[in-house]
Design a protein around this ligand. Structure first.
Ligand code: ZN
Length: 258
């Protein structure tokens, strides 16, 4: 993993030129919210294993390594493509893997402590933090024809962007909040019943929720310039998905480490 660290800066720069996952703030919010919902025991174990980054910061690691050829086989693990009117079970699976079946395998590996997909337990946790975040972004359960909105070219307050990037990064960055401020905001009123309900759902349920939400992401008609109106319509969804991702990630980590 050392070689990865040494080339960190290069990948960091490349990462900012692609639009393929919640941006840095989004993934940090997921880790931060999860940290708040971990049991004491699970928190101690997870934080003892994580050496490179804290739980709050480690969610971006999967993006930092994207451009390293050693990890290129992981590129399809950030998303899944499912056509409208079809569920995951019925859809054609990517032979290289997708975000759904990779999370499912990863949970088994973490429970058994046998690491085949990722090199070791630390990497596996960092990947889990990232992918539980990704699967909650509605356009990561996307349509293959527009690559989850990456091909939908738009303007965001006068800047060229695309629909996928608006959901990963532009709307969140527009709030101008730190990940802690945003995390506290999205997770401020949760009840223990809500936590239990959300944590009782499966990886496939999370994907199904994203798939249901994604059609509303396209609610701009012929307009190519998006801004305040679009944020107004979708801010609650962004908050909800970040909070659910964090709470569910905590649920998994509590199951494995408590
Ligand atoms: Zn990703």
């Amino acid at each position: 993993m050392k070689s990865v660290q040494s080339t960190f800066l290069l990948f960091f720069l490349i990462f900012y030129n692609t639009a393929l996952a919640w941006g840095p703030t989004g993934h940090r919010v997921v880790g931060y919210v999860a940290q708040k919902h971990l049991t004491k025991k699970a928190s101690k174990k997870v934080n003892d294993i994580l050496q490179l980054y804290s739980l709050e910061m480690c969610g971006n690691y999967m993006d930092f390594i994207r451009s390293d050829t050693n990890y290129r086989h992981m590129n399809s693990w950030h998303y899944v493509s499912i056509p409208d009117g079809m569920n995951y079970h019925e859809s054609n699976k990517n032979p290289k893997g997708d975000v759904i079946n990779t999370i499912e395998k990863l949970i088994i590996e973490l429970k058994k402590k046998e690491f085949k997909i990722f090199e070791n337990e630390e990497f596996a946790i960092m990947a889990l933090v990232h992918m539980v975040g990704d699967i909650h972004q509605p356009l990561h359960v996307g349509l293959s024809e527009d690559r989850g909105g990456n091909k939908v070219k738009l303007e965001w307050f006068g800047e060229k962007t695309n629909l996928h990037r608006i959901w990963d990064t532009d709307m969140i960055d527009h709030l101008k909040l730190s990940y802690r401020e945003l995390g506290d905001q999205v997770d401020r009123n949760i009840t223990s019943t809500q936590v239990a309900n959300w944590q009782s759902t499966s990886v496939r349920d999370w994907a199904e929720e994203s798939q249901k939400l994604r059609s509303s992401c396209y609610d701009f008609g012929d307009k190519k310039r998006l801004g305040y109106g679009y944020i107004f319509r979708h801010k609650q969804t962004i908050h909800l998905r970040l909070e659910q991702a964090g709470v569910r990630l905590a649920g998994l980590l509590n199951q494995i480490y408590d």
